[in-house]
Design a protein around this ligand. Structure first.
Ligand SMILES: *Cc1c(COP(=O)(O)O)cnc(C)c1O
Length: 413
């Protein structure tokens, strides 16, 4: 981030280049990238720049490139720098929500007549955006089981510009093999886009496995405290728009197209939202480790419980994606789903927990429970994305695990 004031002689003498954080480990990157102490005051935490505009030193004389806060704001720059470092990408863009980020990516890549392959258990809001907002503008899609590379390859058309994947998926926690899908996308001159919300960069780095772009709802694990809605795009270095598309700037670069659309459409993260999200990101590593430990204990407990018919958790050896998850993730995450035999029983379990709070969303420090068929996935009832009525989804928080197990024991009794 640019210095905003004149340095003293002493400061100038001591000034050193900021380290190249991309050469450091994931926890160090999350804590330091974008958060270099403020050059003017030494503030260790980036300030919340609640300003819409910036004084120019003569017409066009911008300090640090800042002109108007839709185009750029220093707090948002801090978050975007940190997100790019976290995902080992070339650049990140922060938005007002995960869906705003998705909308910009899709509009940057697709034109009327283009086609997209999407998961048959995509996040409901993603499906709604593609099927109800973009379809009327001429964007076509095919929903397939993206855990199967053969199914994805069979769905690709000459007009396919992107393959969209969520791994682990929501709420069935399917695991899609990213390296294989990246090969299919490359052969098709299409982008591989990974919604990395469930794993987070602490557990999975899709851009290092061949993905071209990563999407986040930072509302979830990155924010991590259920107190802010936000989204992000992170791009792999040098990605070109597919199909020879020159993009709005004529450069053919995905980064240029996304930067243009972020500013042109304007659904940016506000400075306070960016600041909260950056604060969350700094503890992502320790939180994900504890989410994963607690979720593993919950999954093992549920697997041994007589009322539970089936537990879905990528860390369990009987999960069909376990081996792939073990190769592309450094932990199995905090989401656990279970089937309890009937919708009535599922609703009863959701009503009876006390530590697990009944609510939508996921990824916060507190444990949440929900009934996907009637809550998060109600909008996909009757479509290819419909989920079983006896399914219960848990977002396992970082409370004391004994309290979580006792709560589930009581609710299932
Ligand atoms: C929540 C979520 C989104 C949408 O993000 P918002 O911040 O709610 O707009 C997209 N993908 C996944 C996997 C999500 O869980």
């Amino acid at each position: 981030m640019a210095s905003l004031t004149t340095m003293t002689h002493h400061d100038a003498g001591d000034a050193t280049e900021a380290p190249d954080w991309s050469k450091h480990g994931p926890a160090t990157r999350a804590i330091h990238a974008g958060s270099e102490p403020d050059a003017a005051t030494g503030a260790v935490v980036p300030p919340v720049y609640l300003t819409s505009t910036y004084k120019q030193d003569g017409v066009g004389g911008l300090r640090g490139g800042y002109e108007y806060s839709r185009s750029a704001n220093p707090t948002r720059t801090a978050l975007e720098t940190a997100l790019a470092a976290a995902e080992l990408g070339e650049r990140a863009f922060a938005f007002a929500s995960g869906l705003a980020a998705e909308d910009v990516l899709l509009r940057s890549v697709l034109a009327p007549g283009d086609h997209l392959v999407i998961p048959d258990d995509a996040y409901g809001g993603t499906y709604r955006l593609i099927a109800r907002v973009l379809a009327p503008w001429g964007i076509e899609h095919t929903a397939v089981d993206t855990t199967s590379p053969a199914a994805v390859a069979a769905a690709v058309r000459p007009t396919t510009r992107a393959i969209w994947v969520e791994t682990p998926s929501n709420p069935l926690l399917g695991i899609s093999p990213l390296t294989l899908l990246a090969g299919i996308a490359r052969d098709a001159d299409a982008l591989l886009v990974v919604d990395n919300t469930f794993a987070s960069p602490a557990l999975q780095l899709p851009l290092t496995l061949g993905a071209d772009a990563v999407v986040h709802s930072t509302t979830k694990y990155i924010g991590g405290h259920s107190d802010v809605v936000g989204g992000a795009l992170v791009l792999r270095e040098g990605v070109r728009l597919p199909g020879g598309n020159p993009g709005p700037t004529g450069s053919g670069s995905l980064l240029d197209a996304v930067a243009f659309h972020q500013n042109a459409a304007g659904a940016v993260a506000g400075p306070f939202d960016a600041w909260l999200t950056l604060r969350g990101l700094k503890t992502l590593g320790v939180r994900m480790a504890q989410h994963s430990r607690n979720a593993a204990a919950v999954a093992e407990f549920l697997a041994a419980h007589p009322v539970v018919e089936h537990v879905i958790y990528p860390g369990l050896p009987d999960h069909p994606g376990h081996d792939v998850a073990a190769t592309q993730m450094s932990g199995f995450g905090g989401m656990v789903s279970m089937r309890v035999g009937s919708e009535a029983r599922a609703l009863e379990v959701c009503d009876r927990t006390r530590v697990f709070t009944l609510g939508e969303s996921l990824g916060g420090v507190e444990s949440l429970i929900e009934h996907p068929a009637r809550m998060t996935h109600a909008s996909v009832a009757g479509s290819a994305l419909e989920v079983p009525a006896d399914l219960v989804r848990l977002s396992v928080g970082i409370e004391d695990v004994a309290d979580l197990l006792a709560d589930l024991e009581r609710a299932l009794a």
